[in-house]
Design a protein around this ligand. Structure first.
Ligand code: MN
Length: 495
C-alpha cells in the first residue's frame, strides 16, 4: 500500500481536518521508517499504511487511523512518544503506547489462556493499556492481519510460529470482540500455513460439493423470494459459503463424514426488523419441513460474543437440506464487524464510552462487552498496587463466557464457572448482600453450584444482610471478591 492509494481510499471517509492530520502522520512515519525494508523488499512504510487502510475499512475513527500509521515508529525508529503527543495529541500517543506495550508483553505467550505476560510489571502495563482503550486491540488485529497477508516472505519456521499464534490468540480475540469477518480471515490464512495439505484437500472437496448443489439451491431461493414477497416482507437474500477452517473443525466433530454437514452453503436473509426475522422463519417453516433440533434462536439468546440471528435447517420436497440464517441489517453489521461497528456508527462520541477516561455505569456497555469494564477495574487495581493472581486474571478475562438472565429478562455476562453470588454482585452489591438463596430456572440452586449459559437466575433476599466470611469461597470473579471484601470489612467481619 502506497501513500497515494491510501489517501484515495480515505478521501470520502474523513473530513478535511482529519485528512490533514493523516497526511502529516504519513509524512512523519515515512521519514522515520526511511531506509527500513519489509522482508518482501518493499519500503517498510507500506506496512503501516496497509494497517491504516484496514482500520479505515473496519470503519474506525480518525485517531485510530493515525495510530495505525504511526504504530511501529516508537518501537522501531528513533521517534518518541513525547514527539508524537506534541504533534498528534494525547489520544494518539496513548494508543501507540498501548500497541507498543502489547507487543512487548506478548513475547513468550502460547495461547489465549496463557496470554498473560511473564512479569507482573509487563502484565500491569498490558492491562492498563488494553483496559483503558479497547482500540489498542483493534489496531493489533489490523497489524496481525497485514502480517499474515504478507507471511509468504518469512522463513517456514517463522510462518508456523506466527500462524499458530494467530489461530490461538488473535482469532479468539477478534471473536471476543464480535469481529466475525476478521476472525474468519485470520483463521483461513493461519490454517492454510499450519496444515497446507488439509486446506487444499478441503478446498477441493468444497468445490465439488458446491458445484453439485448450487443449481438446486437457486430453485429454493426463487421459491423463498416469491413467498416472502407475497407476505410483503422486504428482504435481501444471498448465499454464504462455509469457511475452510470451520469446515475442518466441524469435520473433526462428525468423524470426517461430510454428508453430516448441512451448512456448507447457507442462504442468508436480511430484513428490516426483529419481528420480520420471526415472520421469515414462519414463512420458511410453512414452505418446508424444519429439522427441529437445528432451529437456533440467537436473537432471544445471543451467543456470548453478542452474535444474533435465527438459524434453521429445512428439508425441501426434493430432499435437499438447506440452512437459513435470518437477521436484521444491524445484526448483520455486528456479526461482521463486532465492536468496530460501534465506532463506525456512533462516531467518536460513543467511542469515548469504550475508553476509561470518564467513570461510568457498568450498564454503559452491552452485556457481551462487560468484560472490558472488568478489565478496566482490574487495571485500576493494579495501578493502586493491589495483588491479583494470574490464575484469577485468566478466569476473568480469557476464559469462556456465559450469559444468564434476570427474571425481568436483563442479560448478564459472566465467566464460565461463575457462581450464583457472582451474578448477584454483578447485578448490584447491595442486592448481593441480602441474598438468602437462589433459584435457577425456577428451582432452588446451591451457592456452590456453577451457573450455566442461558440460566434464568432469581435472587431470593431477606431484609437482614446475609453477608458472611464463608462467602469468600462462594465467589469466583474479581469483581465479586472485591465487593465482598469491602462489605466484610465494613461489618468488621474481615479476617
Ligand atoms: Mn506492525
Amino acid at each position: 500500500m502506497y501513500e497515494r492509494d491510501l489517501l484515495t481510499s480515505l478521501q470520502h471517509l474523513y473530513n478535511e481536518d482529519e485528512l490533514l492530520d493523516i497526511r502529516l502522520a504519513i509524512k512523519y512515519a515515512t521519514k522515520k521508517h526511511n531506509g527500513q525494508k519489509r522482508k518482501s523488499g518493499e519500503p517498510y512504510i507500506t506496512h503501516p499504511l496497509a494497517v491504516a487502510n484496514l482500520l479505515a475499512d473496519w470503519g474506525m475513527d480518525s485517531d485510530t487511523i493515525l495510530a495505525g500509521i504511526l504504530h511501529d515508529t516508537v518501537e522501531d525508529t528513533d521517534a518518541t512518544l513525547e514527539e508524537i503527543e506534541a504533534q498528534f495529541g494525547r489520544d494518539v500517543a496513548f494508543l501507540i503506547d498501548g500497541v507498543t506495550k502489547v507487543s512487548q508483553a506478548r513475547a513468550g505467550m502460547r495461547d489465549l489462556s496463557s496470554y498473560l505476560p511473564q512479569t507482573k510489571d509487563n502484565l500491569s502495563k498490558l492491562l492498563i493499556a488494553v483496559g483503558q482503550d479497547v482500540r489498542v486491540i483493534i489496531i493489533k488485529l489490523a497489524d496481525r492481519t497485514h502480517n499474515m497477508q504478507t507471511l509468504q516472505h518469512m522463513k517456514p519456521d517463522k510462518q508456523q510460529k506466527i500462524s499458530r499464534e494467530t489461530l490461538e490468540v488473535f482469532a479468539p480475540m477478534a471473536d471476543r470482540l464480535g469481529m466475525g469477518k476478521v476472525r474468519m480471515q485470520l483463521e483461513e490464512m493461519a490454517f492454510r500455513y499450519l496444515d497446507t495439505n488439509e486446506y487444499t484437500r478441503l478446498q477441493k472437496l468444497m468445490r465439488q460439493r458446491l458445484g453439485r448443489s448450487t443449481r438446486k439451491l437457486g430453485a429454493v431461493r426463487v421459491e423463498v423470494e416469491r413467498a416472502l414477497t407475497a407476505q410483503r416482507i422486504s428482504f435481501e437474500i444471498n448465499g454464504r459459503v462455509k469457511s475452510i477452517y470451520s469446515l475442518h473443525k466441524k469435520l473433526v466433530k462428525v468423524e470426517n463424514n461430510i454428508d453430516d454437514i448441512y451448512d456448507l452453503m447457507a442462504l442468508r436473509v436480511i430484513v428490516a426488523t426483529k419481528d420480520d426475522c420471526y415472520r421469515v422463519l414462519g414463512v420458511l417453516h410453512s414452505l418446508y419441513q424444519p429439522m427441529l433440533a437445528r432451529i437456533k434462536d440467537y436473537i432471544a439468546a445471543p451467543k456470548p460474543n453478542g452474535y444474533q440471528s435465527l438459524h434453521t435447517t429445512v428439508i425441501t420436497p426434493s430432499k435437499q437440506i438447506v440452512e437459513f440464517q435470518i437477521r436484521t441489517q444491524e445484526m448483520h453489521e455486528y456479526a461482521e464487524r463486532g465492536l468496530a461497528a460501534s465506532f463506525h456508527y456512533h462516531e467518536q462520541k460513543s467511542s469515548k464510552s469504550y475508553t476509561a477516561k470518564k467513570p461510568r455505569a457498568k450498564t454503559a456497555l452491552p452485556a457481551h462487552l462487560q468484560w472490558i469494564t472488568e478489565l478496566q477495574e482490574i487495571a485500576a487495581r493494579l495501578q493502586n498496587g493491589d495483588e491479583i493472581s494470574t490464575d484469577q486474571l485468566a478466569i476473568d478475562l480469557f476464559g469462556s463466557r456465559i450469559f444468564v438472565y434476570s427474571p425481568k429478562g436483563d442479560i448478564y455476562n459472566l465467566p464460565e464457572g461463575a457462581l450464583p453470588l457472582d451474578f448477584a454482585y454483578l447485578v448490584h452489591s447491595d442486592l448481593a448482600k441480602h441474598a438468602y438463596s437462589f433459584k435457577v430456572n425456577g428451582n432452588i440452586h446451591a451457592f456452590d453450584k456453577p451457573l450455566e449459559n442461558g440460566n434464568m437466575v432469581e435472587i431470593v433476599t431477606r431484609k437482614m444482610p446475609q453477608v458472611k466470611p464463608t462467602w469468600v469461597n462462594l465467589v469466583r470473579t474479581t469483581h465479586s471478591k472485591e465487593k465482598l471484601r469491602a462489605q466484610l470489612k465494613k461489618r468488621g467481619l474481615f479476617t
